[in-house]
Design a binder for this molecule. Structure first.
Ligand code: NDP
Length: 280
């Protein structure tokens, strides 16, 4: 029997990147999935990717919604219940480093941007957790939150609001995990490093070619990514699936699993050793 047979999952931010890969993986291993995002065309691409993986059309529920709106959150939950009858797994993956309208990205970024960043990367997760809680209590379900290595402890001067929101998400997840485990609900976190997705087109305003160049140049620098390459979305999806699979990870509660090819274990001085010695 496939490991997610009889399970129903909601994967937020599944119109692209990590969420799309997670939705394809869960569905191809038996789950009924609700996929969602604001962009209907990209969401349809995800639906097609799920079907291409051999999943029955009746196992996919596409919902166009803004995860930061109460109506969007309610629609996601009600349509999942209507179509599949229950909820076993919530993957809170939607997130972004939202650019400032004035092009400011560092500590001078506007408070509007700060608020938007927290609304998407933290508040929507808190709200979805509250709303899905009674349904997950019935199924003894799982929540996996997608954070980032930007959460720290290393400083992130190029994105202080995004990284602060992710740091808050990590601490919220730990606290909620201990609060809700008594109801049988298990919460864990994945912290990806560099992953080739649409993230850098949003966060850094790069086009597709610039984005591909950025990821390959980061991957080529061992003092940035010791593994020697940027992750594909599937590398993170497999960690999400592990944490969403109670049989595989039942005794992991409130933990943050870092999947970053070793990036966070490299300190500045390691760069000295990562370079070849200069020729005299
Ligand atoms: P993508 O930009 O490829 O995907 C982001 C997803 O989030 C899209 O499906 C997008 O859908 C959705 N989303 C964004 N804002 C909203 C919103 N307001 N309402 C509903 N959906 C929304 O990026 P990734 O796949 O990389 O990002 C997934 C997660 O991984 C994020 O939480 C990100 O912070 C995290 N992460 C990514 C890293 C990377 O290097 N890629 C590194 C560390 C963490 P749509 O645009 O259709 O609304």
């Amino acid at each position: 029997m496939a490991r997610f047979s009889d399970k129903v999952a909601i994967v937020t931010g599944s119109s692209n990147g990590i969420g799309r890969a997670a939705a394809v993986l869960l569905a191809s291993e038996g789950a009924k999935v609700t996929i969602t995002g604001r962009d209907s065309e990209r969401l349809e691409e995800t639906r097609q990717a799920v079907l291409k993986a051999g999943v029955a059309e009746s196992h996919v529920n596409s919902v166009v919604a803004d995860i930061t709106s109460a109506d969007g959150q309610d629609l996601l939950i009600s349509s999942t219940l209507e179509k599949f009858g229950k909820i076993d797994i919530l993957i809170n993956n939607a997130g972004a480093n939202i650019p400032d309208a004035n092009g400011k990205t560092r500590t001078e970024g506007g408070i509007d941007t700060f608020l938007k960043m927290f609304q998407l990367n933290l508040q929507s997760v808190v709200e979805m957790t509250q709303k899905v809680r009674p349904h997950l209590a019935k199924t003894r379900g799982e929540i996996v939150n997608v954070s980032s290595i930007a959460a720290g402890p290393a400083a992130q001067p190029q994105g202080p609001y995004y990284s602060s929101a992710k740091a808050a998400l990590d601490q919220y997840s730990r606290s909620a995990a201990i609060d809700l485990i008594s109801e049988g609900i298990r919460i864990n976190v994945v912290q990806p490093g560099f992953v080739e997705t649409g993230f850098s087109t949003v966060a850094r305003g790069l086009n597709a070619e610039e984005s591909a160049n950025f990821y390959s140049s980061m991957g080529a620098q061992p003092h940035c990514i010791p593994a020697g390459f940027c992750a594909k979305p599937e590398h993170i999806a497999s960690v999400i699936a592990f944490l969403a699979d109670r049989k595989a990870s039942e005794y992991i509660v409130g933990q943050t699993i870092t999947a970053d090819g070793g990036s966070t274990l490299v300190l500045g001085f390691h760069a000295h050793f990562a370079r070849k010695a200069p020729k005299n």
